[in-house]
Design a binder for this molecule. Structure first.
Ligand code: OMP
Length: 235
């Protein structure tokens, strides 16, 4: 079954684990991002792993190749499912990230998959053109970054659901697509712009979805999680 990663965007490990326990979400797939990691560090990852969680470690590395390689070597040892970088770091940085992962991986476990963020799901056409100064349109930018990432050794990308089919066509069916920006019909979209429902992600063939606030900030998170899982698995 393809995973639904719940984004544990909480300020402390205590709040994150209380959330999982209180809502009977023990053992689900989770994503740890900057908010939690910058406070709790690798200990949080190790504790989640000890408790049987599958983890997407979302730190979106973007630096010179040598620094990214060394950082990835350290991150790899803990044995998470997925790690990510920004494709905008370029092909040398992406290749260095892959090298770091190969060197640092725990040989008893599968190597974490390396995903490159194409364009954040909060970015829209206007921002791309008028703030980032990118001449391609959004679709072309995402496609070009995906192709660049694939050639440089990434296992897949983070993108919006709307770009999955195009990326699979350009990079091959097995190139992994992880899609955040997931909302239920009628939800507040907040700071996201390229959003889609879990059902549409299923229809478009995403390999994994990431869902945060529509579950974590809901009145009944467990009910929303079950609803998302139902849509995601059955369309
Ligand atoms: O790499 C990511 O996880 C990511 C990439 C992206 O383009 N957009 C995006 O929203 N994310 C992450 O996915 C989560 C989405 O959270 P919600 O908008 O609350 O569902 C956040 O933790 C983001 O950091």
């Amino acid at each position: 079954m393809r995973p639904l990663y719940v984004a544990l965007d909480f300020p402390t490990f205590q709040e994150a684990s209380l959330f999982l326990e209180k809502n009977n979400l023990k053992g689900v797939h989770v994503k740890v991002g900057m908010e939690l990691f910058y406070r709790e560090g690798m200990q949080a990852i190790e504790r989640l792993k000890d408790n049987g969680y599958s983890i997407f470690l979302d730190l979106k590395l973007h630096d010179i190749p040598n620094t990214v390689k060394s950082a990835m070597r350290n991150l790899a040892s803990v044995g998470v499912d997925l790690v990510n970088i920004h494709a905008a770091g370029g092909s040398k940085m992406i290749a260095a990230a892959r090298e770091g992962l190969e060197i640092g991986r725990n040989k008893k476990e599968p190597r974490p998959l390396l995903l490159a963020v194409t364009q954040l799901t909060s970015t829209d056409e206007n921002m791309l053109k008028n703030e980032l100064g990118i001449a391609w349109n959004l679709e072309e930018t995402v496609r070009n970054y995906a192709v660049l990432s694939e050639k440089a050794g990434a296992d897949g990308v983070v993108c919006s659901v709307h770009e999955v089919a195009m990326i699979k066509e350009a990079c091959g069916k097995s190139f992994y697509t992880c899609t955040p920006g997931i909302r239920f019909e009628g939800d507040q979209i907040g700071d996201q712009t390229r959003v889609a429902t879990p059902a549409y992600a299923n229809e478009q063939g995403s390999d994994a979805i990431v869902m945060g606030r529509s579950i974590t900030r809901a009145n009944n998170p467990k009910q929303q999680y079950d609803k998302a899982l139902g849509e995601w698995n059955n369309g």
